[in-house]
Design a protein around this ligand. Structure first.
Ligand code: KG4
Ligand code: ZN
Length: 339
């Protein structure tokens, strides 16, 4: 069985093919260059670029794998959450392929894709995928920030989430304030390596006694430090290091809380921010201290990609749980999915 996955929820255009043997091939095009002059994603530019690039990605993936439209059993596309104009391009492209081939069309939840991304590239991906639940799903990205209890694939209960900004969004905004190029998260993390944690920034909601998070006040605290500073390269590096340390402290504490509350001591950390080295290092210290098991995607699959959508489509097709919805959704609670 072969499933084609199409991802267009934000600023990456991606198509991948997943078979019973694993990932067959993928094409990924990042729109970073188009959005960089604006310091963030411009939804209309993103949607138009998806339309322009999707046919090229499709041809590229067919050329790479030797697979043709008739060999594919199902066309899976990201139906949400994401930018509506962007989601519509992926949905329309998938619909076209499904109608042309007479094969099934299925909607995929972007965040289910991120959770499954941890097995991409693993030789035993199939067994690992089956054996992962129950686990805590920690989604730390530019648009999402939550901790879920996953009793089995398809069953998601939110344990905690951000009250305001997503963690990646806060990284991007603080980076932008310091004049770093979009997307600022990875740039800020790079800069932090040469800085010291010298600024005493707040750890919002760290003592709230739940898994709720907040990053907006931390962002404002950074702004106050920045405005009063000399804005030198050293200030930039130190502020980057201090901000990153505060974010990571919050994530570590909230994951510890979620483990204590649920008794589930395996956590899947995914989404763009799961690429952050300090986060991985701090979580590995937490794991060795308490005997937890932390699972991450390989660095290539932390950010948006088509392989995770193709894999989620493969799993839903294989287990008889394909989702079919007619609309696309900017917001789509993961807990409403079911199996
Ligand atoms: O998962 P993703 O590609 O898109 C969303 O679904 O949001 O995540 C992108 C986010 C951006 O905010 C980016 O700045 C952040 O992940 N990010 C990082 C790092 N790499 C990517 N944040 C902190 N440290 C990193 N190394
Ligand atoms: Zn994402």
């Amino acid at each position: 069985m072969i499933v084609c996955g199409i991802e267009t929820s934000c600023d990456e255009t991606a198509i991948a093919l997943w078979s019973d043997e694993g990932l067959l091939g993928e094409a990924l095009y990042s729109q970073i260059k188009q959005h960089r002059p604006y310091g963030g994603v411009v939804p209309e530019i993103a949607a138009r670029d998806h339309l322009r690039i999707l046919p090229e990605c499709w041809q590229e993936v067919c050329r790479q794998t030797g697979v043709s439209i008739q060999d594919i059993d199902s066309f899976a596309y990201t139906a949400g959450p994401g930018l509506v104009g962007c989601l519509l391009t992926g949905q329309s492209f998938a619909q076209g392929l499904s109608i042309a081939s007479g094969k099934s069309l299925q909607a995929i939840h972007h965040l289910e894709g991120h959770l499954m991304s941890v097995v991409i590239g693993e030789p035993d991906w199939h067994d690992t995928l089956k054996q992962l639940p129950p686990f805590l799903g920690c989604l730390f990205s530019g648009g999402h920030c939550m901790i879920l209890a996953v009793s089995e694939w398809g069953k998601y209960e939110v344990i905690g989430s951000t009250c305001d900004d997503a963690i990646g969004e806060a990284f991007d905004k603080v980076a932008k304030m310091m004049g770093l190029a979009y997307p600022g998260g990875p740039e800020l993390a790079k800069l932090a390596v040469s800085g010291q944690v010298v600024y005493d920034l707040p750890r919002p909601m760290i003592h709230s006694g739940d898994a709720m998070m907040s990053f907006s006040g931390l962002k404002t605290a950074c702004r106050q430090v920045w405005l009063k500073s000399s804005k030198s390269d050293q200030v930039k590096a130190d502020l980057a290091a201090s901000f990153q340390a505060a974010c990571v402290d919050v994530c570590v504490r909230k994951i510890k809380y979620a483990v204590d509350k649920t008794g589930i001591d395996r956590a899947v950390i995914s989404g763009g921010v799961s690429a952050n080295r300090l986060l991985r290092q701090s979580l590995s210290e937490l794991s060795s201290q308490y005997g937890y098991n932390m699972v991450y995607p390989s660095l290539k699959y932390c950010t948006d990609n088509g392989a995770m959508i193709a894999l989620a489509g493969w799993w839903r097709h294989k287990s008889g749980n394909m989702l079919s919805i007619s609309d696309v959704r900017s917001r789509w609670p993961l807990a409403s999915l079911g199996i």
